[in-house]
Design a protein around this ligand. Structure first.
Ligand code: CTP
Length: 425
C-alpha cells in the first residue's frame, strides 16, 4: 500500500513556523484524534513535523494517518532499526526546535516527572538537550484525573523542571463528563506554539487596547455604529500577547474570537468603553487605541421603540459628543510622566500624512498610526503609516497580524527607559 500526502509538507515554508522542526509526540488518549489536525496545522504554518507515538497512542490513531499527514515515517519504538546507529531517541531530539507532546496523558506526565525512559517517547524527552530543545505539553484527560492532587503536583513540578504547559480546555469530555482537562483545540495549540517562539520585547508590560466600533442606541432596536470590524485591534492584542505582555482588550460589538491568553472586556457604547478603559488605565504601561469610537451619541435614547406617527416627518434626533478616550488617557498624569505609553490610530479617507500628524498633536500621543478607513474596515489586510515627532514610516500592505507584529516591535523599541527597566528590575 502506498501513502500519499495530499500536499508536500516540506514545500510550505512561508508561515509563522517556517524553518522550525517540531517533534510531535502522542501519548495515549482519545484526544489523539485532534493530533491529526494539529500536525496538519503545524505543517501549514511552515514547520516540519516528526511524529513519535507511544504504543498506547497507536491504539487511538494509526501511525499510517500520522505518516500521511506529516509526510515522514512515524517512530514508535526505541528498537527501530531504520536508524543506522539504532539511537532514534538521540537523533530525533537533536534535530528538534521543540518537542510538543499532544496529547500528554496523566500517565505520561508521571513518567516525565520521574525521568522514566522505558519507551521511545519518554526516552527521547529525557535525552533531549534540556537547554536548547524546549518541551511543550498539552495535557488531555478526564476532569477527575486532571484535578487529582497527583496530576496537579506533577504539572507544577514539570514546569519547575523547565517544561511549558500549554493549559487545558474546559467543557464536554469524551467520557460524558463536563469540566477541565480536555486537550486544547488544534488552532489554539498552533497559536500557543507560534507565540512560544516569538521574541518577548514586551515581557513585563501591561498593554490595554481598545478595538472595534461602538454602538450608540437611538432606541431599544436601533442605533448608530460604523464599519470597523475590530480585526486590527484584535491582531494587535494577539501580537502584544505573543511579545510577552499581559493584555487587556476592551472590545466594542464584534464577533471575533478572543486571542489566546488575552483578557477581554466587552462593551457596546463609547461611554461604556470610556468607563472600562478608565478603570484599567492605571494598571497599564501601554495603551493602544485602535477602536473606531463614535464621535456622537443621541442626546437621549428612547426607552421605547420610536414609532412612525403617520405625519411623514422623520424624528428629530439631537446628538451630544462622546468623551475622547484616547485624549483623556494621554492627558493623564501617568502618561505625561512617561509611566504609560499611548498609541493612537487615525482612520482617514484622504491626506493621510497631514491628518495623522495633526491628530497626533491633537491627541497628545507620542505615536499615531494612520490608515485609510474605507481600505481597511472589514479587510484582512491593511497598510499603515506610523507618525511620530521625528517623522513618518510606511508599513506596506500586508496581513493585519503581520502589521500588528511590526507595530508591536516598534512600540517596544520606543518605550521609555523607565518602562523597560520597570520589568528588568
Ligand atoms: N478615540 C477615542 N475616543 C473617541 C474618539 C476617538 O479614544 N471618542 C481614539 C480612536 O480610538 C483613535 C483616535 O482616537 O485612536 C482617533 O480617532 P478618530 O475618530 O479618527 O479621530 P477624531 O478625534 O474623532 O477626529 P475626526 O473624527 O475629526 O477625524
Amino acid at each position: 500500500m502506498s501513502i500519499q500526502a495530499n500536499e508536500s509538507p516540506e514545500s510550505s515554508a512561508t508561515g509563522d513556523l517556517a524553518g522550525k522542526h517540531i517533534v510531535l509526540g502522542l501519548s495515549g488518549g482519545i484526544a489523539c484524534y485532534k493530533a491529526a489536525e494539529l500536525c496538519r496545522a503545524l505543517i501549514k504554518a511552515g514547520a516540519t513535523v516528526q511524529v513519535v507515538m507511544t504504543e498506547a497512542a497507536a491504539q487511538f490513531i494509526t501511525p499510517v494517518t500520522m505518516q500521511a499527514l506529516s509526510g515522514r515515517p512515524v517512530y514508535t519504538s526505541q528498537w527501530d532499526q531504520r536508524e543506522t546507529n539504532n539511537m532514534a531517541h538521540i537523533n530525533l531530539s537533536r534535530e528538534a526546535d521543540a518537542i510538543l507532546i499532544a496529547p500528554c496523558s496523566a500517565d505520561f506526565m508521571a513518567k516525565l516527572l520521574h525521568g522514566r525512559a522505558d519507551d521511545l517517547l519518554s526516552l527521547m524527552c529525557l535525552a533531549r538537550p534540556i537547554d536548547s530543545v524546549p518541551l511543550l505539553l498539552a495535557p488531555a484527560m478526564n476532569r477527575e484525573m486532571y484535578a487529582h492532587p497527583a496530576t496537579q503536583r506533577n504539572l507544577f513540578q514539570l514546569q519547575a523542571d523547565g517544561a511549558t504547559v500549554l493549559g487545558v480546555g474546559s467543557g464536554f469530555q469524551a467520557c460524558g463528563e463536563t469540566g477541565d482537562g480536555r486537550m486544547l483545540e488544534p488552532d489554539q495549540l498552533l497559536d500557543d506554539v507560534i507565540a512560544f517562539f516569538a521574541p518577548k520585547p514586551l515581557a513585563g508590560q501591561r498593554v490595554l487596547i481598545t478595538a472595534g466600533p461602538t454602538y450608540e442606541a437611538i432606541d431599544p432596536v436601533r442605533g448608530i455604529t460604523n464599519l470597523s470590524s475590530g480585526k486590527m485591534g484584535f491582531a494587535v492584542a494577539r501580537a502584544a500577547r505573543e511579545a510577552g505582555a499581559e493584555v487587556t482588550l476592551v472590545a466594542g460589538p464584534v464577533s471575533l474570537p478572543t486571542p489566546r491568553g488575552v483578557t477581554r472586556v466587552d462593551v457596546k457604547s463609547a461611554q461604556q468603553m470610556f468607563d472600562a478603559v478608565s478603570a484599567r488605565a492605571d494598571a497599564a504601561t501601554v495603551f493602544i487605541a485602535t477602536a473606531a469610537v463614535a464621535d456622537w451619541r443621541p442626546a437621549a435614547a428612547s426607552v421605547q421603540k420610536i414609532k412612525k406617527d403617520g405625519s411623514g416627518e422623520a424624528p428629530q434626533l439631537a446628538f451630544v459628543e462622546n468623551a475622547d478616550i484616547l485624549a483623556a488617557v494621554a492627558g493623564s498624569t501617568r502618561a505625561q510622566s512617561g509611566a504609560l505609553f499611548c498609541v493612537g490610530f487615525a482612520a482617514e479617507s484622504h491626506d493621510l500624512l497631514a491628518h495623522a500628524q495633526a491628530k497626533r498633536l491633537k491627541k497628545g500621543v507620542p505615536l499615531l498610526v494612520g490608515n485609510i478607513g474605507p481600505a481597511t474596515f472589514g479587510q484582512d489586510d491593511n497598510a499603515l503609516l506610523l507618525v511620530d515627532a521625528a517623522g513618518s514610516q510606511e508599513l506596506p500592505r500586508a496581513a493585519k497580524l503581520h502589521l500588528a507584529r511590526q507595530l508591536v516591535a516598534t512600540v517596544a523599541a520606543r518605550l521609555p527607559k523607565t518602562l523597560k527597566n520597570h520589568h528588568e528590575n
